[in-house]
Design a protein around this ligand. Structure first.
Ligand code: NAD
Length: 494
């Protein structure tokens, strides 16, 4: 990665940003703005529009007009595909600029951000662009005097509300299939990670998305997000974020037009290491990255480490060493392994979890503290807490920070009981050389994804979604189209 170019991008002032509504850059209806604080140094980076409910309503109205007059949904699939492919190419051409802007806004280390943000977003948009003209209807096997046709139609106006941890990647998981399907979108980025996503959406306009097809409204979740979720004219709400917000969205749907609500929520994912794991050094290294990269702000983070008792001490020692080897600090240094915590609020929350565990007598083996405070930024040392009881809050609630809770187990059944013993069901991992055990564990763990002898890792071809209170529906893969395409039957008497 070109450090000189990164440094020159980081030195550039960031111009204030506004909504994109009906293809036009617009301020908030009441002129309100909010400071964008960089987690790298705690300083104001720029201002952005503080959206109002009226702005959200205007954006929904623009999306509705764009959908109803067919300026996008009515195009030949090949024409939509050409626009989306151009957009993917523009994102790639501007990848470093997008990545650095995003890092200054949300704190993710640049090495990871570059791949996981613009490059992955471009790949996702290209994946759905290439898929969109391979979707066929069906002819039903009816009796011969009837023709039963099953059409697939775009659902209409999509409200998309996304979090701060991977704005471009997660944004593209919604925008790619929604726009490919022919829907119009109103997008609400997170308060603390709007800049790069707005810029990516501007590139979408440059690529040829017609006005009103992709609208972006910035501001507070409780105002803009709430107005989108309560709108009578949004057909589908797709969301990634926390459980409490997900619950509010379902309530808002019930109160308004009963729009479908698809939720990708948090996790408390178990990373289970058996004594027969093929390579304990590799397992320790990958497990450390699985919880500490992006300072633990990863929905699938392996935040509970379940270790077979016979190797507990030896494995935990390796893991602590791996944690202490991680280079923390400046997210714009490509050598950094984990950057900043997104906000002071999140940092305080992380520290409070550790303090509570400590007060209950749990052992903090490394970390547990704020570091690099002199930078003004929000950094936390990778933290390993041992002797955790599966019922502890640190083992039940999502911290969403660089905090690992270690729990020993004796048998496969006990590991399963602990693994499944939370409200969540997003991700998991099993480390074992025993193929039968690996398959047994995959079947018995209740989660959307179970990794075997690795942690994390996926691509656009596989779905991601949670069970239990980790959510419903899936992002990624062709299955994601199911949220954005309705089935319609034509029953024709011959
Ligand atoms: P959050 O729920 O606070 O915010 C997410 C989005 O919802 C933001 O855009 C916010 O502005 C908006 N919002 C907040 N209140 C709202 C309201 N009342 N009505 C409508 N919208 C509202 O979550 P966060 O703190 O930004 O993100 C972290 C959470 O996201 C974690 O719990 C994490 O696990 C989860 N997450 C899940 C996945 C996944 O794929 N399952 C991926 C990434 C993050």
């Amino acid at each position: 990665m070109d450090q000189a170019r990164i440094d020159s991008l980081r030195a550039q002032p960031v111009a204030p940003v506004q909504h994109i509504i009906d293809g036009v850059s617009r301020p908030a209806s009441d002129g309100g703005t909010m400071d964008v604080i960089s987690p790298l140094d705690g300083q104001v980076l720029t201002q952005m529009a503080r959206g109002t409910a009226r702005d959200a309503e205007d954006a929904v109205a623009a999306a509705r007009r764009a959908f109803d007059d067919g300026r996008w949904a009515g195009l030949a699939p090949a024409a939509r595909k050409a626009v989306l492919l151009r957009w993917a190419a523009l994102i790639e051409a501007n990848a470093l600029e997008l990545a650095v802007l995003g890092v200054r806004d949300n704190g993710t280390e640049i090495g990871m951000a570059f791949k996981a943000e613009p490059m992955s977003a471009a790949g996702t948009i290209r994946y759905y662009a290439e898929a969109l003209d391979k979707i066929y209807g069906e002819i039903a096997p009816t009796s011969p005097d009837v023709l039963g046709l099953i059409h697939r139609e775009p659902v209409g106006v999509v409200g998309a509300i996304v979090p701060w941890n991977f704005p471009l990647m997660i944004g593209a998981w919604k925008l790619g299939p929604a726009l490919a399907a022919g829907c119009s979108v109103v997008l609400k980025p997170a308060e603390t990670a709007s800049l790069s996503l707005l810029r990516m959406c501007e590139l979408g306009q440059e690529a040829g998305l017609p006005p009103g097809v992709l609208n972006v409204v910035t501001g507070e979740g409780g105002v803009v997000g709430q107005a989108i979720s309560e709108s009578m004219d949004v057909d589908v709400l797709v969301f990634t974020g926390s459980g409490p917000t997900g619950r509010r969205l379902m309530e808002a749907s019930a109160r308004s037009n009963m729009k479908r609500v698809y939720l990708e929520l948090g996790g408390k994912s178990p990373n289970i290491v058996f004594a027969d794991a093929p390579d304990l050094d590799e397992a320790a290294k990958v497990s450390a990255a699985g919880i500490f990269r992006n300072s633990g702000q990863v929905c699938v983070a392996g935040s509970r480490l379940l270790v077979e008792r016979s190797i507990h001490d030896a494995f935990v020692e390796r893991l602590v060493a791996a944690a202490e080897r991680m280079k923390m600090g400046d997210p714009l240094d490509p050598a950094t392994n984990a950057g900043a915590v997104n906000s002071l609020r999140q940092l305080d929350q992380n520290l409070a979890f550790v303090a509570e565990a400590q007060a209950a007598g749990r052992r903090v083996l490394t970390g547990g503290t704020r570091i690099l405070e002199e930078t003004g930024g929000y950094y936390m040392a990778p933290t390993v807490v041992a002797d955790v009881d599966p019922a502890d809050r640190i083992a039940q609630d999502e911290v969403f920070g660089p905090v690992l809770a270690v729990i020993p187990f004796d048998t496969e059944d006990e590991a399963i009981a602990i693994a499944n013993g939370t409200d969540f069901g997003l991700a998991a991992a099993v480390w074992t050389a025993n193929l039968s055990r690996a398959h047994r564990m995959v079947r018995r763990i209740r989660a959307g994804v179970v990794h075997v002898n690795t942690y994390g890792g996926a691509d656009a071809t596989v779905p991601l979604g949670g069970v239990k209170q980790s959510g419903n529906g899936h992002d990624k893969s062709l299955h994601a189209f199911e949220k954005y395409l309705d089935l319609k039957t034509a029953w024709i008497k011959l």
